[in-house]
Each structure stands twice: as C-alpha cells, then as structure tokens.
Design a protein around this ligand. Sequence first.
Ligand SMILES: Cc1ncc(COP(=O)(O)OP(=O)(O)O)c(N)n1
Ligand code: 3NM
Ligand code: MG
Length: 218
Amino acid sequence: MSKFSRVPAVYFILGTGNAGGKDPLAVLEAALKAGIDYFQLREKGQNALEGAELLKFALDCKELCRRYETPFLINDDLELARAIDADGLHIGQDDAPASMVRKILGAEKLLGVSVHSLAEAKHAVESGADYVGMGPVFQTSTKADAKAPAGVAGIQQVKDAYPKLPIVGIGGIGSENAESVWKAGAAGVAVISAIAHAEDVAAEVTALRASALDGVGK
Ligand SMILES: Cc1ncc(COP(=O)(O)OP(=O)(O)O)c(N)n1
Ligand SMILES: Cc1nc(C(=O)O)sc1CCOP(=O)(O)O
Ligand SMILES: [Mg+2]
C-alpha cells in the first residue's frame, strides 16, 4: 500500500480495553465497513495484551485492515510494527525520538508524531513525520495521562506554518463537536470512544465524515 493513499480524515484508534465490553475485532470490522480512513492499534492500560496474545491480536487487526484496504498503524511499539509489517507507527513526545524511529522504520512506512506546539511540530517535520497528532482538543477520559484540553488554536497555528502537513486532532472528539477541528485546518480527527462506544458504529463514522464536509464548507 503506498504512503498516504488517502487523507486520514476519520482515523479510528482502538485497543482491547476501549471496546466497552464489545468484541474489539467486531467493533473494528464495523468501523472498517463504514469507511474509516486509518486505523491505529493502541494497546494500553490495565489488562493490556502482551507477548504472543498481543501479536495474535495485532495480526488479526492487520488482516481485517488489509481486507478493507485501510492503512494500519501501531501505537508506540516499533518492534511490533516491524514484526507484523504494519503500514506505520504513531509515537509521542515521551516515546523513542522520531528521527531514530524514521531511520529504523524506513522511508516507505507512515510515521505519525504527537505534538503540542509549533516548535514540536517543526521538530517532527524535520525528523520525518508524515503527519502530526494534536490534542487533547477536548476533555477526554480515555487517556489517563492526557494534558489539559487545548482547543483548536494550536492546530490553526501549525496549519498556518505548515499548510501541507496533515494535522490530526485528537481527544474528546465526536461527530457532535468535530466541526471546529475541521475549521481550524485539521486533515483528520482521531477518535476512540465516540466510535468504539457508539450504539451504531457505522452511523458515528458516517456522521464524523459528514462533519468534515460541514466544517470545511463553512
Ligand atoms: C493520531 C494520534 N495522535 C496522538 C496520539 C497520542 O500519542 P501519545 O502522546 O504518544 O500518547 P499515547 O497514545 O501513546 O498514550 C495518538 N496515539 N494518535
Ligand atoms: C490517545 C489519545 N491521545 C491524546 C492526546 O491528547 O494526545 S487524547 C487521546 C484519547 C482519545 O480518546 P477519545 O477519542 O476517547 O477521547
Ligand atoms: Mg505514545
């Protein structure tokens, strides 16, 4: 799959602990069927899978993503991403340095980096990031160590400085509040609970996509 075969507009993130009691692979398949653009496996927290169990789950996710021709990224774990030949990796400021990760990952894989300022965005770009994640935009209870909600001002600032850099907003985003994220210039919204906990996963994915059209059009 070529790099950036599509814009990361509706970027779904999931780990086994985020499925709200549902089968995580069933949630992922429903989201893929509804047309998410990117998927990131983020296995964290209490009872997170490890070792052979994590490997098997990651391979199951990869197989589903391949079936729906959707780019599949791993969060944090460079070794896992390499072991299963994922399409890419997402790292944060507390993970391995982006320039080193880029060297090991290779030029053809996707690399996403979390940033919280223009300076961090500059460094991410110079280190070989293909896109940046910025958040939390809104209050989130999904990430225990999330920073305070930052709104969309940072997204707007990075967009002004790097118009071609895809920026993905994250944190507390759902179809009901995504509009300001698009209006600030984001190329995508990264979402865990609004999709994973939705009664109707397909409807939420469709509504998120529609919110992009609304947000950009205004
Ligand atoms: C698309 C996207 N953006 C931001 C993050 C957060 O990454 P990080 O700050 O490293 O935090 P953890 O997700 O590792 O807890 C992300 N995962 N994806
Ligand atoms: C994984 C993650 N990263 C964040 C950041 O601010 O970098 S916020 C977050 C959690 C996103 O989950 P939800 O869509 O349920 O709020
Ligand atoms: Mg991380």
